[in-house]
Design a protein around this ligand. Structure first.
Ligand code: AMP
Length: 277
């Protein structure tokens, strides 16, 4: 397994990789969710590239960039055990050198949900992913359903900018009690960790209600809100029952639908979602 930093080293290392190349972009501090993406890329392609880059441009001024958890040695040993060909670990100076001034932005899709709560977040995400796509030139790229809006925004960007890349979205990996795995779960301690299972419970109750025939979206939003309200440590930011592709809030559920939410536990912000097919 090669580990490279600079764009020149990356270019040289890519010469020895056989297509199909699968890229798994990450911010490191890897868990089973990331590893499931890497395994899928390994299974489906000939060569696998993992990027590890905590992208400063997707963090707001009051977000946790400096505190974002990092452990490169541990990440590399996990990735090595999966048989990955190449790991790219650029620095912020490599990605955004002095004088950097070009941005990629997806419009309507990024105005809702996470985009409404975190102004500028998706501009940072789409810019860095476009740069990763251009530098690695993979045939496939793997993302997690855990970040549902991110996946939708990247699918849109890939289509709109004609990237010749297949975007593959993989299922959310959860802890045994239902909590979606996330690098940020590290910040949850004691009572907050126990309380955080309320996201999974709220989504589950709404999905059960849908499975019993309920198609009124507002009813499902209310069920999720009530369920979150039963946990005093959970501070709801939003709940949503939206069209899977446009992310527009629904009145009546017809096609593929995304139930999603963002909830604060102290300073730790968690997101989760279920898809209704
Ligand atoms: P991150 O390092 O948080 O930027 O995540 C890198 C990739 O892993 C993104 O495509 C995430 O959606 C995906 N991911 C994060 N958590 C999970 C999870 N629990 N299950 C599946 N994929 C995940």
């Amino acid at each position: 397994m090669k580990v490279v930093n600079s764009l020149d080293e990356l270019k040289a290392a890519l010469l020895s990789l056989e297509p199909v190349i699968g890229l798994v972009p990450t911010m490191g501090y890897l868990h089973e969710g990331h590893l499931s993406l890497i395994r899928r890329a390994k299974d489906e392609g000939k060569s696998t590239v993992v990027s590890i880059f905590v992208n400063p441009t997707q963090f707001g001024p009051n977000e946790d960039l400096s505190k974002y958890p990092r452990d490169l040695e541990r990440d590399l040993s996990l990735i090595r055990s999966l048989g990955v060909d190449l790991v790219w670990t650029p620095t912020p100076e490599i990605m955004y050198p002095q004088g950097y001034q070009t941005w990629v932005e997806v419009d309507a899709l990024t105005k809702r949900l996470e985009g409404a709560m975190r102004p500028g977040h998706f501009k940072g995400v789409t810019t860095v992913v476009a740069k990763l796509f251009n530098a690695v030139q993979p045939q496939r790229a793997y993302f997690g359903q855990k970040d549902a809006q991110q996946a939708a925004v990247i699918r849109q960007m890939t289509k709109d900018l004609n990237f010749p890349i297949e975007v593959i979205v993989c299922p959310t990996v959860r802890e045994t009690d239902g909590l979606a795995m996330s690098s940020r779960n590290k910040y949850l301690e004691g009572d907050n960790r126990r309380a955080a299972t309320v996201l999974f419970r709220a989504l589950s109750v709404a999905k059960d209600t849908y499975n019993k025939g309920e198609r009124n979206a507002e009813k499902l939003r209310t069920i999720m809100k009530d369920s979150l309200a039963s946990e005093p440590r959970a501070q709801m930011q939003y709940v949503s029952c939206a069209d899977y592709d446009t992310l527009g809030e629904l009145d009546v559920i017809k096609g593929k639908t995304l139930l999603s939410m963002a909830v604060l536990f102290g300073k730790t912000r968690l997101i989760d979602n279920f898809v209704l097919e």
